[in-house]
Ligand binder design. Structure first.
Ligand SMILES: [Zn+2]
Length: 166
């Protein structure tokens, strides 16, 4: 509790809210997984000051999204509808424009070059600042988030990292 108070005193110097209300905010951020507190060791290996890291997105946020993406993107659709559609078009010069983000067309065997998925793909990450066109396959990390989450939270080390470019 003392460390929350110290951080609150520091913050109170730079804003008008009282120390108690800032302390409450810090505890709330921590309870919801947006703040990580770590004791920093000095060069002699002794535990020193406390370092606070505020996260843009919480461990609960990614626990939810990883399950959602895993179910909707990486599990097979319950009915073979897309397989039936593929049988209808596979010998034709087809092209698909879809708003689906679950990639059922690709999973059924449609040629990726004959698809335009206007709303993206749950299987791809991109930078939250649209700084470039690059996307990143997320299957491995999404599956790990699903496997390793506990109490509706993923481990801190699985949180998506800051994009190295921006
Ligand atoms: Zn970026």
């Amino acid at each position: 509790m003392g460390s929350v108070r110290e951080a609150g005193q520091g913050l109170a110097c730079i804003c008008k809210d009282g120390i108690d209300s800032i302390g409450g905010g810090i505890r709330e951020l921590e309870a919801h997984g947006y703040l990580i507190r770590a004791r920093v060791r000095n060069e002699n290996g002794q535990l020193g000051s406390i370092e606070y890291t505020i996260l843009e997105q919480s461990k609960e946020h990614w626990a939810y999204w990883s399950r959602y993406i895993c179910i909707n993107r990486y599990m097979d659709a319950p009915e073979p509808v897309y397989d039936a559609i593929l049988k209808l078009v596979q010998d034709k010069d087809y092209f698909v424009i879809t708003t689906n983000v679950d990639h059922c067309f690709q999973k059924a065997g449609f040629d990726k070059k004959r698809l335009f998925y206007t709303q993206g793909d749950y299987g791809l990450f991109r930078c939250s600042e649209p700084c470039c066109q690059e996307t990143f396959d997320n299957e491995a990390v999404i599956r790990e988030m699903v496997t390793r989450q506990e109490n509706m939270k993923i481990p801190t080390e699985l949180l998506p990292e800051q994009h190295p470019i921006c």
